[in-house]
Design a protein around this ligand. Sequence first.
Ligand code: IYR
Length: 225
Amino acid sequence: MGDGDVEPGFIPLKHPDVKGDEMLRRAKSFYDQMNSRRTTRHFSNKEVPRELIEIAIRTASTAPSGAHLQPWTFVAISNSEMKARIREAAEEEERRFYQERVPDEWQEVLAPLGTDHVKSHITDAPWVVVLFRQSKRERGEGMAPTYYSQESCGIAAGLFISAVHNMGLATLPHTPSPMGFLREILGRPVHEHAMLLLPVGYPADDARVPDLERKRLEEVSEFWD
Ligand code: IYR
């Protein structure tokens, strides 16, 4: 189909032209790059320019989404008082989780990660980004549903994490549970649901990560050639 005969509402696709050996080179290089990402809970308080956070959010927002509704809001916080409020509320919920609510079978797989109710990353990192999932959207005078918002926001979160790693920063997908307090503190509407809290910053000089292995290709895939 030539450029001239595209139906109304459509434009020709501009797809990057990657050829032959270059494909494999790029594939391996991206894999190596992503495989060097680790989730750390230890952040430096060194400043990070707002522009980098804006670019990470713009990258995340390139995610495909159900009916292209882009059902996400990223709230980026560098304000120290706001981060302190969020940390206090998150730790209150987490204290209850670790002391009362966590079932044995969950505790058993959490233990190797060395997590507890202390959430210093929220105040250590220069930025905290909260991803809100929109379960509804405005339509005329009222509201209508969004579609596949969990899937859409999950993909956007993956792109955000990749963008942050690619720019040389670190992040941690933190899920304080329950997360309702974030909507309240950040003044978001009732149809927005906090999904992930992502501190973003440089890793601390003495940052540590659990000694874990990723599953092998054979363990995570099945091929029908
Ligand atoms: N939300 C708690 C518990 C927690 C749960 C899972 I699954 C993790 O991979 C890590 C932590 C917390 O953030 O500590």
